[in-house]
Design a protein around this ligand. Structure first.
Ligand code: AGP
Length: 607
């Protein structure tokens, strides 16, 4: 959630850090700050609000130094209000140390008691200020700051990605991670550490994905990766990132979200890459695992909706029984009853969602193989899963997840076909017919998206002032109804409820009146007659209905939105962008911050 970047090199460090933080803005934040060394001191400048406020303060910074080592932070409040005193970096009482931190130290109050008893004072309510003062205290009995840093981290329970600077070592940055993202970038005569790759991508493509329980000590020309437990050196593979920064730019669209909605044809193409052989699905990542006798899908938010959608395919095509659960519930279940040959699938775009990561760890403790479906290479979930499938969707910058869901749905379809091949749930011909439909999606969507965008814009103007919405769907459209409602509420702040269409008569229909419209997924499938009955029930109570449907179906509703027909459940690949575009256009029309909606972060790395 917070953005971190550290730099040691040959350039003026503060502009490098500020630009890096700007490329991490999508992670959501409410304050920012930088630290740099000069004249034997650590200088810290912080500001609430957007980065511009920090730059304003820096412009007035008296120091005439041009440091070549600095670190920066954008904070998304977890402990303490989003005010300047809680902004990072935080300094130790003696001013010798400065720290930036992403995550939650769960035992910080306990650690604070010891420090207060020893005379330490605190100006913030943050766990970070406790941690940096714990290092000052531990340094009194340690050979150097590295040992004190490691000892303090061993005492801290919880999650962290931290950078630390020591007044006595200008040009040196220490960093460490535990269940929060931190990546090391290797440049020429300069080195970086950051929460995410875009922060330093203009400078280097060579990265090391730090593991939990590791410390790195970096300077402009050197680096060491050490085990937290005993400070033994650790050798890491250096990866080269293929992304170009364009991939994280808007490419002419108004917002990242719109760009990413229109990227979905490309995402489907890329998802197929390396997964087809002689007209059939190959998923090498799964070859060493048995076909599960039962699959537990665990995820949050949009990824949870993907899992609900994927259940239909996995059960119908691969005959694998599936249960789908929200990660924050799964992780605290008293006893999840696993059978032999069960498998858990965790779905996470970021690969850093705390609840999903915790669910993965809980399942592994039960000895169950955990498959990860992620978009971010080297993310925590990707590295801790027994096996990982990457959605290959490219960076998803907009906080609202769009192309990630499309890519997850594709991977779930390929998994279902792959397991159907292994357990003969489908004939080769059936698989090939389905694969042909999936392979045709990019062209179909490329052709359909502009008209869908136009229809979304028309309807958004009509309904943008609405304060409440229902989204209804049955079968494979029920998860899509949930997703449509989530998109509308998280982007436009309009209250929207996704509901199983058949559930309306069990109470919720009491809410219907002319000011409470209903968006119904009425696609041409076996459940359509039932859905039509539900629409009539809504209309009988003067409720307005928008029917997302297929050409040539006889609908008598307030607004008809026809989209290209596909056999269910693949029709979801066409319905999904329609729902996304409607929410996008409503939010944009209302002037909302589409790519960074209020209160939201791209990756929820805290509970
Ligand atoms: C989606 O629009 C939301 N921003 C949110 O629900 C998101 O899907 C959820 O936090 C899960 O994120 P993940 O896929 O990175 O785990």
């Amino acid at each position: 959630m917070c953005g971190i970047i550290g730099y040691a090199g040959h350039r003026p460090a503060v502009p490098v850090v500020i630009e890096g933080l700007r490329r991490l803005e999508y992670r959501g934040y409410d304050s920012a700050g930088v630290a740099f060394s000069g004249h034997g001191n650590l200088h810290v400048v912080r500001a609430t609000g957007k980065l511009a406020a920090l730059e304003e303060k820096l412009a007035h910074e008296e120091s005439v130094i041009t440091p070549t080592c600095a670190m920066g932070h954008t904070r998304w409040a977890t402990h303490g209000a989003p005010v300047e005193r809680n902004a990072h970096p935080h300094c130790s009482n003696d001013g010798s140390l400065a720290m930036v931190h992403n995550g939650i130290i769960e035992n910080f109050q306990e650690l604070k008691v010891e420090l207060v008893a020893k005379g330490y004072t605190f100006s913030s309510e943050t766990d970070t200020e406790v941690l940096v003062n714990l290092i000052e205290e531990r340094r009194k009995n340690a050979p150097d700051v590295l040992h004190a840093f490691a000892e303090a981290l061993r005492e801290a329970h919880g999650t962290y990605a931290v950078c630390l600077m020591d007044r006595a070592e200008p040009g040196v940055i220490y960093a460490a991670r535990m269940s929060a993202p931190l990546i090391f970038g290797l440049g020429t005569g300069e080195n970086f550490v950051a929460s995410d790759i875009p922060a330093f991508l203009p400078f280097t493509r060579k990265v090391i994905f730090l593991e939990d329980g590791e410390i790195v000590r970096l300077t402009a020309t050197t680096y060491e990766v050490l085990h937290l437990e005993d400070l033994r050196p650790k050798v890491h593979e250096i990866h080269t990132i293929a992304w170009d920064m364009q991939a994280a730019q808007k490419s002419g669209y108004r917002h990242f979200m719109l760009k990413e909605i229109f990227e979905q044809p490309r995402v489907i193409l890329d998802g197929f890459a390396g997964r087809m052989h002689e007209g059939d699905v190959v998923l090498k990542e799964l070859d060493a695992l048995p076909v599960p006798r039962r699959l537990h899908i665990v995820a949050c938010g949009t990824s949870y909706h993907s899992g609900l959608w994927g259940r239909h395919l996995l059960e119908h095509w691969a005959h694998v029984p599936v249960q789908v659960e929200i990660a924050s519930e799964f992780r605290y279940r008293e006893a999840v009853l696993f059978d032999k040959d069960d498998m858990v699938l965790v779905i996470s775009q970021s690969g850093e969602t705390a609840d999903t990561l915790a669910a993965l760890r809980a399942a592994k403790k039960c000895g169950v193989p955990v498959l990860g479906l992620c978009n971010v290479v080297g993310s925590s979930i990707a590295r801790e899963a027994s096996a990982v499938l990457y959605t290959q969707a490219g960076p998803e910058i907009s906080v609202a997840s769009t192309k990630a869901m499309c890519s997850q749905m594709l991977m779930l379809a390929l998994m279902a076909l792959y397991w159907a091949r292994r357990n003969e749930g489908m004939t080769l011909q059936e698989r090939r017919t389905t694969l042909a439909l999936l392979a045709g999606l990019p062209d179909l969507l490329d052709a359909a998206l502009p008209a869908m965008h136009q229809r979304a814009r028309e309807l958004s103007r009509k309904y943008a002032q609405t304060r409440n919405f229902f989204y209804l769907g049955r079968g494979h459209c029920y998860p899509l109804a949930l997703e449509g409602a989530l998109k509308l509420k998280e982007l436009s702040y309009i209250h929207a409820e996704g509901y199983a269409a058949g559930e309306m008569k069990h109470g919720p229909i009491a809410l219907i009146d002319p000011s409470f419209p209903t968006f119904v997924l009425a696609l041409d499938d076996a459940l359509l007659p039932k859905v039509v009955s539900n629409m009539v029930e809504v209309q009988a109570r003067q409720g307005k209905v928008i029917a997302l449907t297929n050409e040539g179906l006889d609908m008598h509703v307030e607004d008809i939105w026809e989209i290209p027909r596909l056999p269910s459940p693949l029709a979801g690949f066409v319905a999904l962008p329609a729902l996304q575009l409607f929410s996008y256009e409503v939010a944009d029309y209302l002037g909302k911050d589409v790519d960074q909606p209020r209160n939201l972060a791209k990756s929820v790395t805290v509970e």
